[in-house]
Design a protein. Structure first.
Length: 416
């Protein structure tokens, strides 16, 4: 009995201690827990020893051509992206243009669903028609939700199918922290991404569809609403103030909602260096633009890029036992190298590593060799050299025909 009473008192004491500890923990803490805290698992970390100080909790700075990360802070935290979502929407629109599924002068008819979108919009009406190019301007300049949905329906038949393709594209780009639920970025449960993933889709858009800069750098432009009531002009004003405030700005997209706070994916170019700065959950609009300039200035101060964008022509390579005596070669890509340590990139050297001949069969696009780039003894990287044609293995019939041709030419030459 005494042992039972002792155990009971110990349990009571422990439970009381835990209750008291929990009560003390909750003192001064708001009762409600924000959706942001649930998403992030707690407050974002700030690094007082970082080379730059920004107010946004999640940021990433990337060199655009190589994808080199120059600075990051809580870059994998999953947060609502607001209208930064539209970067992926624009990726799919320009992909459809490249595949000739749509054209810039195609007419897009606005549905009831598209016209009903809240948030930032250009007040498209159900039944109204606009060209694809006008819709791109509405999305890029004014961040129009109604134009996004209209384009999604125009390309895929429904917003749901378009969003499925957005998520598929995200997987292809390695965006592991992203789930899209809509195509415009309105706050919705589960609609999340990270600063790192935003940089990946921004790099995809700007590298593969550089014409986006022709649209997202427009400061103001008028469009014309074509409705049953007649034609009416409507003014678009760019939501990205960096276009006017920062001399090197080339885009790209702003976003803000109650949950997302103030977000920005900023692109800029200076002296051939292209940067992408991503900020999520900045406290106010001025802070996000100030943070972006801080990041971009830091990037331009430390970043130097070596490019071998026009390498020397390659010789044809001899082929043994093939149906052709030689095979043409080509470079797989251009070479770019990012330095952040002040290296003298004028001293970069390169060495072609290539066999004297190939043995048939040779398959087009297989690797034939490589070009290796050095700075002193340090290897900076390489690009592959590929076969530009296929060459089959020569059979006995090929050798026989080749011999007949040679004899014919010799006989003809002797007669002449």
């Amino acid at each position: 009995m005494k042992r039972f009473l002792s155990i009971f008192l110990e349990l009571f004491s422990l439970s009381g201690f835990l209750s008291l500890t929990l009560a003390l923990t909750l003192v001064g803490t708001p009762v409600s827990i924000s959706a942001q805290a649930i998403v992030d698992g707690g407050p974002a970390k700030q690094n007082s020893n970082a080379p730059v100080q920004v107010s946004a909790p999640s940021v990433l700075l990337m060199e655009a051509e190589t994808g080199t990360v120059l600075y990051q802070q809580n870059e994998h935290d999953m947060r609502p992206p607001a209208s930064i979502t539209k970067i992926m929407t624009l990726n799919l629109i320009f992909d459809a243009l490249d595949k000739h599924q749509i054209a810039l002068d195609d007419k897009v008819t606005v549905s009831e669903h598209a016209a009903s979108m809240g948030g930032s919009q250009v007040y498209l009406e159900a039944g109204e028609t606009q060209t694809v190019e006008t819709m791109i301007k509405c999305i890029s300049i004014a961040s129009a939700n109604d134009a996004c949905v209209a384009m999604a329906e125009h390309i895929c038949g429904s917003e749901e199918e378009f969003v499925a393709q957005m998520n598929q594209k995200a997987q292809e780009l390695g965006m592991k922290e992203t789930t899209f639920v809509n195509c415009c970025g309105l706050d919705t449960n589960g609609h999340l991404t990270s600063a790192y993933d935003i940089a990946l889709m921004a790099r995809e858009l700007t590298n593969n569809h550089p014409q986006i800069h022709d649209y997202c750098t427009i400061w103001m432009e008028n469009i014309v609403h074509h409705t049953r009531r007649g034609d009416e002009e409507f003014g678009l004003t760019n939501t990205n103030k960096l276009i006017r405030q920062y001399p090197y700005a080339t885009g790209l997209k702003t976003g803000s909602t109650g949950l997302a706070k103030f977000c920005l994916a900023a692109t800029a170019e200076k002296d051939g260096v292209k940067l992408i700065a991503v900020l999520m959950a900045a406290p106010d609009p001025k802070a996000r633009f100030a943070d972006a300039q801080t990041l971009l200035n830091y990037g331009f101060s430390i970043c130097r890029v070596y490019k071998d964008s026009d390498p020397a022509p390659l010789p044809e390579l001899a082929v043994k036992r093939g149906t052709a005596p030689t095979v043409p070669l080509r470079y797989e890509s251009n070479m770019s190298y990012v330095s952040t340590s002040g290296e003298d990139l004028s001293k970069v050297t390169k060495k072609i590593k290539l066999k004297k001949s190939a043995v048939a069969p040779v398959k087009k696009d297989d690797i034939a060799g490589k070009v290796v780039y050095y700075l002193g003894d340090k290897e900076l990287g390489h690009i592959n050299i590929l076969y530009d044609q296929s060459v089959d293995h020569a059979a006995f019939r090929d050798y026989y025909l080749d011999l007949v041709k040679k004899l014919f030419f010799i006989t003809t030459a002797q007669k002449s």
